[in-house]
Design a protein around this ligand. Structure first.
Ligand code: AFP
Length: 278
């Protein structure tokens, strides 16, 4: 497992340089969920593939930017589901973006997730690893990731990151979000799931939501690459992650690119969502 973390650290430094200097043009290809791919998406996906292909412990890799799984070693133990560059459409406006990794064994259901890692490419490069607890690391001058601290969520937070096209929000969701703001929560939403969730984690709590809406009735965010890895992080940090009713990590996708409505937060906010969605 340690060699997977080291591979992620190595490739994160390469991705940092790609983000700094390479162009942000769109290609004329779309990925399995119909998003037009940026050259950056394809480039970062290739860099990550090259790293993981060299690891004997990796059985197969499944990427948001690939239609099919890539089989690496038939005797490998782990399946890695990853989003090479989440929020890539924000690079051309110089906002923070990230990479997300879920390390599974024996399948890609939520319950099969053993570890999750995400990297934030912002003013600094930070990396978070979730196992028994949640640890934050930061890229240092010497090119190494130094341990910063363990991350814990408070029981209740003060930030609210409401995703989804508001005109397509369902009335009970709209009322819930309005009530949360009436209770004094601050709006913190960049359109990049990684920096938005990183902020809620490091600032003690709150709620990130990307619900089922009339235009995306199954939600937008992908279970294997985005939702399961962050659900694992939030639970290990003492918070929760649900689809409105169910615990996210109890879900099983029928296809690697399946999406799910999702709510990540500290426990008070998750309870509040459950009360509205029940
Ligand atoms: P891109 O990777 O296409 O930029 O989408 C980013 C994302 O997957 C996630 O990071 C955001 O939370 C969400 O989509 C933003 O979606 P909306 O633009 O619909 O708010």
């Amino acid at each position: 497992m340690e060699e997977i973390f080291e591979a992620i650290k190595r490739v994160s430094i390469k991705i940092k340089d790609v983000l700094m200097y390479e162009d942000t043009d769109y290609t004329n290809h779309t990925n399995a969920t119909g998003d037009t791919q940026l050259a950056l998406d394809v480039r970062c996906d290739k860099l990550i593939e090259e790293e993981f292909k060299s690891l004997k412990c990796v059985q197969k890799i499944i990427s948001e930017e690939k239609d099919e799984a890539l089989h690496v070693n038939k005797n490998g133990r782990y399946i890695i589901g990853y989003d090479p560059l989440d929020g890539s459409s924000l690079v051309d406006v110089d906002l923070s973006v990230g990479s997300i990794f879920g390390i599974y064994e024996g399948g890609i259901e939520g319950k099969r997730l053993l570890r999750s890692v995400y990297v934030v490419f912002g003013p600094r490069v930070e990396l978070v690893i979730a196992h028994e607890d949640v640890k934050l690391y930061r890229l240092q001058k010497d090119g190494k990731f130094g341990f910063v601290k363990s991350v814990k969520l408070n029981q209740k937070g003060k930030h609210n990151a409401p995703g989804g096209t508001q005109k397509h929000w369902r009335s009970h969701h709209k009322k819930m979000i309005d009530d949360i703001f009436k209770d004094g929560y601050r709006l913190r939403y960049s359109g990049g799931m990684v920096p938005d969730l990183h902020q809620i984690l490091l600032k003690g709590g709150g709620l990130f939501s990307y619900p089922a809406t009339d235009d995306v009735p199954k939600g937008k965010l992908r279970m294997v690459f985005e939702v399961f890895p962050f659900a694992f992080v939030f639970e290990k940090a003492g918070g929760g992650a649900i689809d409105g009713k169910n615990r996210i990590l109890d879900l099983s996708p029928s296809h690697p690119h399946d999406t799910s409505p999702c709510f990540f937060g500290s426990l008070d906010e998750i309870q509040r969502v459950k009360a509205v969605y029940e």
